[in-house]
Ligand binder design. Sequence first.
Ligand code: NDP
Length: 292
Amino acid sequence: MTQSIAFIGMGAMGWRMAAHLPKAFSDVRVWNRTFSKAEAHAAEFGTKATSIEQAVQADIIFSCLPTSSEVEAIISQYPPKNGSIWIDCTSGEPSSAKKVAEQLAANNVAFLDAPVSGQTIGAERGTLTVMVGGNKAALERARSAMEPFSSLIEHVGDSGSGFAVKAVNNMLLAVNLWAVAEGFTALKAHGVNIDSALTCINASSGRSLASEVTFPQRVLNREFPLTFALSLLAKDTGIAIDLAHTAKIPAPLLALTQSLYRAASSSLPDDSDFSASVKLLESWTGIELKSN
Ligand code: NDP
């Protein structure tokens, strides 16, 4: 059966994810608040720029917006058609996924929280990890629509579980990045060659994505290219700490990390990449994390 697919949100991620869909589906509708971006996408990738009303009439509807509140606002104003599947790739809030999934189920619409990891480069290459919460049978019906942009699609539990896993994942990125920044600031203060130190650490047990990729490709070269906004990472750390709070679990390291990223996000310009969070530490220490 030919399925119609829609993608709502042509941001840094949505633009690249939706670009893969015409390889597998002939009816791919795209919508964006700034509509010229949807038109540009259609011109470049062979998708169809449609109204939001037409988008929500598709069999499978993807959304990738900043937070759950923008997704909820669209769903309440433009309800999807009966029998469709809504796949929300936003890094959203577990409580919102549970609520929306329950509301939509009453209209025979399945809602999957399906946030992604792999950054814009993974979206471009079609190698994202998708962590899916919600009805497993709905996931199997929708799996072929996610495959074009992903290498791993994993069902992680009931509604909200996908968002929960994503929040914890991003909290781990935040913890690692901040720890690398503090460690390297100390090394630099002691006159150590930080490029050589990074080579050692990336061949040792302390390495992480933050040390292997973020540090050399964004921080030490002072480029901080905007592909994942610091405000979005700060939002994710907030979702992660809420998970601990609502479960009444002590999480002192996560709480501290959330405060640091909230402070970085409010003190740096709005268009800062997540990697620019190290500038807050630099402003406290007067030590710049720059290649030798
Ligand atoms: P961007 O800021 O690049 O894009 C945001 C998108 O949301 C734009 O299409 C924007 O439209 C749209 N939008 C914003 N507000 C509204 C609104 N009120 N109503 C309708 N549309 C709106 O975000 P990203 O693509 O970077 O991130 C999207 C989600 O994916 C976030 O939850 C983020 O945390 C997550 N994510 C991001 C990654 C990354 O590396 N960037 C990696 C993994 C997950 P307009 O063009 O009109 O502004």
